[in-house]
Write a protein that binds this ligand. Structure first.
Ligand SMILES: Cc1ncc(COP(=O)(O)O)c(C=O)c1O
Length: 365
């Protein structure tokens, strides 16, 4: 008998709940007995228009897949510098924004340190905090999903080991924006404010705070290519970081964190940004059309959204059953198990024909 090494696992990890990711297309297709092209996937805020055709061409003619990627993603960061209008020394690319969330935590958090999380929001923040042995101070949002700034200030004041505050704008799952006043207030705290702008293209780039990064030593802004650029499967994100912090992130990141295909795809996306932002525009128009149609469903109450999804409160019906019944028809939406959101569902915005199918099914339920 060999030694049972489970006793050596970190006790906090051994007792940790796993993150439950979305099922991949092929698995769903087999589970539902439907071919992938008949599945309407509105559960993970992906972009139904996919990448730019120039990305497909660039990937097909990629010159150096057999050579390790540039650890500093220089060409990509130069293209990003033009996109976000910041010098490239402020920018670092990652294997999705997800990797950068973990990387920031690894830079700051020692076991027992804490983050502020403002649920309902993206579930990765508490997950990564747990992986990093940190505590999570939850400061729930108000009923309209705006931040409870007074409670955040109180929490940070009472928690000397709180180091990071995670803020999302637009927020997932409701799609609301953080106000200028709230950001200004938070930036005065003696902690790092991590502002996640994964969906900001759908709000309009004028809502981004990335230009503020050079003026604050404690503001980090994270972005993603998954949503606006349709590259969720290739995993590409980036962040803008104060210069006093970014030098330390460079030291601890995995050297080859952004693979060759993701770098090539990111550059081609930025070269074809007019096309991609055209798709963003179509999705924003479709979001507004979908919201007005959802308002005609008597048992749904949609919230206003600045992102590519719409959260709805379910009135007088079982939200889980709605999710299940739609899934039987090949329509996948997000249902929440978390406290405060159990009677809510979230629809990602798809193509007009996807909206038609969803609304038709909701009317028939
Ligand atoms: C708020 C938020 N941030 C980040 C991400 C992940 O971004 P990426 O795909 O670049 O890792 C998501 C994905 O759903 C998200 O909702």
């Amino acid at each position: 008998m060999s030694f049972d090494a489970t006793s050596l696992i970190r006790p906090d990890v051994a007792s940790m709940q796993p993150y439950v990711p979305i099922l991949p297309f092929e698995v769903l297709s087999a589970q539902l007995g439907l071919p992938p092209e008949q599945i309407i996937k509105l559960d993970a805020n992906e972009n139904p228009y996919g990448p730019s055709p120039k990305v497909r061409q660039a990937l097909a003619s990629m010159s150096y897949p057999h050579i390790y990627p540039d650890p500093e993603s220089r060409l990509l960061r130069a293209a990003l510098s033009d996109y976000v209008q910041l010098p490239m020394e402020y920018l670092l690319a990652g294997h999705g924004a997800d990797e950068l969330i973990d990387l920031v935590m690894r830079l700051f958090l020692q076991p027992g340190d804490a983050i502020v999380n403002c649920p309902p929001t993206f579930g990765i923040y508490p997950f990564d905090a747990a992986v990093n042995g940190a505590r999570v101070c939850n400061v729930p949002r108000r009923a309209d999903f705006t931040l409870d700034i007074e409670a955040i200030l109180r929490t940070v004041g009472a928690e000397p080991r709180c180091k990071l505050v995670f803020i999302t704008s637009p927020n997932n799952p409701d799609g609301g924006l953080v106000s200028d006043g709230d950001i200004d207030c938070l930036l005065r705290l003696p902690v790092v404010i991590v502002l996640d702008e994964a969906y900001v293209e759908f709000a309009g780039l004028e809502h981004s705070r990335i230009h503020m990064v050079p003026h604050y030593n404690n503001l980090i802004v994270l972005r993603s290519f998954s949503k606006w650029a349709g590259l969720a499967g290739l995993r590409l994100g980036y962040g803008a970081f104060p210069l006093n912090l970014i030098q330390h992130l460079w030291k601890i990141k995995q050297p080859y964190n952004v693979n060759v295909a993701a770098q090539v795809a990111g550059i081609a996306s930025l070269e074809d940004r007019e096309y991609l932002l055209g798709n963003v525009h179509r999705l924003v128009e479709e979001r507004e059309r979908m919201a007005s149609l959802l308002r005609t469903i008597p048992y749904l109450q949609p919230y206003p959204s600045y992102a590519n999804f719409i959260l709805c409160k379910v009135l007088g019906r079982d939200a889980f059953e709605i999710k299940q019944k739609l899934a039987e028809r090949g329509i996948l939406i997000r249902y929440y198990h978390t406290p405060g959101l159990t009677d809510h569902v979230r629809f990602s915005v798809g193509r007009p024909e996807d909206t038609e199918c969803v609304i038709q099914a909701l009317r028939e339920l």
